[in-house]
Design a protein around this ligand. Sequence first.
Ligand SMILES: [Zn+2]
Length: 133
Amino acid sequence: MDCKYCRIAANQYPAHILYEDENVVAFLVENPVSKGHSVVVPREHAERYTEIQNVSGFARGLKNFLLLMEEYICPDLHIVVNPGRKGGQNNLHFQMHIIPQYEGEKIFEWTWHQLTEDEVEEITRKVKNKSKD
Ligand SMILES: [Zn+2]
């Protein structure tokens, strides 16, 4: 498999690495939405968070990187995961975007919806009862 993030994790592809340990690599993105925008990826290839084998190792590395970002770059950080190709992810290796939120910068514009009672009931029933119908 030719995965750019696996190659970065193996130091076989150039990246501006900000943090790395045995479980994660964090590096600047090429086209940031704000100064310091970076991604944290697991060293192991996983397309989704639920596929990561060493979740505690990933979480520990993520926390270490967030502590550095909060202390030295910006205390207010968006933490964003784009879900697969539908969410705009080009490289299907799980990636958590860390996006500094500076004063006055508008980064995200959310579209809010109002759920109906039926939608609330449907979603709650599916998750709590582990039902697809
Ligand atoms: Zn990969």
